[in-house]
Design a binder for this molecule. Structure first.
Ligand code: SF4
Length: 291
């Protein structure tokens, strides 16, 4: 179900810091259908049943953003337009809200953050380039595995991982700040050394600037959805996951081991993180952790 709704306001301040403290979500719900999606909890506030199917489209988002970004007291903080759901998800092909959103950022010379698993931003590259001349644009893509057979199971409606990284390279070429979000590293599924090394290597080869890494968290509703996914596709891992996830966070032993492997890769490729991150909590379970 796709449902147009009218937003009363768009800019939303949150305490967790990642790139910025300001979000503006163009859509609610996301058809990318990532089995580990941490944002599913957000749907209960809107009465939606299925985060992956019931998509709310804020059709007046560009107009409201224009009003809010032009207020005299607004301090031109960077705004992440993909905070809770992907602003370049499949619905954007039909609704084409992002060009008008970017135009409002251009008019107001306001920094923009886009974090996506789509290659659709290439459609708007000229607008993004124009904005980047007057206010910084930070482009990010999040990835979990270069193994396409696994990727199709884990993130079925997102773009192929390598295509996302190539897309990011195009934005790097036009001068945007770019970052790879290796999120999440999925224990026993996407944490093999070949996958970790390859994602670091490509990030370096494509000159994508920085890489953030954190392991899967399974808070709240995400836990049930992910365990159902495991039962269907990786039943042999169920018991190991029960051991690894006695809470929403992965075990300390796993986390510390991964941290060391990531440190080694940072050293090898001279690639570091850019953003200060705050840890997740059960009530605001955004998947941020700390390497
Ligand atoms: S792209 Fe992000 S918001 Fe969309 S389903 Fe995947 S993790 Fe959730």
């Amino acid at each position: 179900m796709l449902k147009e709704i009218t937003a009363k306001s768009m800019l939303h301040h949150h305490e967790r810091t990642f790139a910025t403290n300001w979000d503006a979500n163009i859509y609610r719900g996301c058809r990318h259908n990532c089995r580990y999606c941490f944002a599913q909890y957000s749907h209960k506030y809107l009465g939606g049943n299925d985060f992956f199917e019931d998509i709310y489209v804020k059709s007046n988002a560009p107009q409201i953003l224009d009003k809010e970004l032009s207020r005299a007291k607004w301090k031109k903080f960077p705004v992440n337009v993909c905070g809770v759901s992907d602003c370049y998800q499949p619905a954007e092909v039909e609704y084409k809200l992002m060009p008008a959103v970017i135009e409002s950022f251009i008019r107001n010379r306001n920094p923009l953050v886009i974090s996506t698993k789509s290659t659709l931003p290439v459609r708007d590259i000229h607008l993004i380039e124009e904005l980047n001349k007057v206010a910084q644009v930070s482009m990010m893509t999040s990835v979990s595995t270069l193994d396409e057979r696994k990727r199709i199971l884990i993130e079925p409606e997102a773009a192929p991982t390598l295509e996302r990284l190539k897309m990011l390279r195009e934005f790097r070429k036009i001068g945007c700040q770019t970052s790879v979000l290796f999120m999440p590293v999925i224990p026993l599924i996407s944490d093999d050394q070949e996958n970790l090394d390859s994602i670091f290597r490509i990030t370096k080869e494509y000159d994508l600037g920085s890489i953030e890494v954190w392991p899967l968290h399974l808070h709240g509703r995400t836990r049930g959805v992910f365990f159902a996914f495991l039962k269907k596709h990786f039943p042999e891992l169920l018991n190991k996951y029960r051991e690894l996830y006695t809470s929403g966070n992965v075990s300390d032993t796993y986390r510390i081991d991964l941290q060391q492997r990531v440190c080694d890769l940072r050293e090898k490729y001279q690639l570091f993180g850019r953003y200060r991150q705050t840890p997740p909590s059960e009530t605001d379970p955004v998947q941020l952790t700390l390497f």
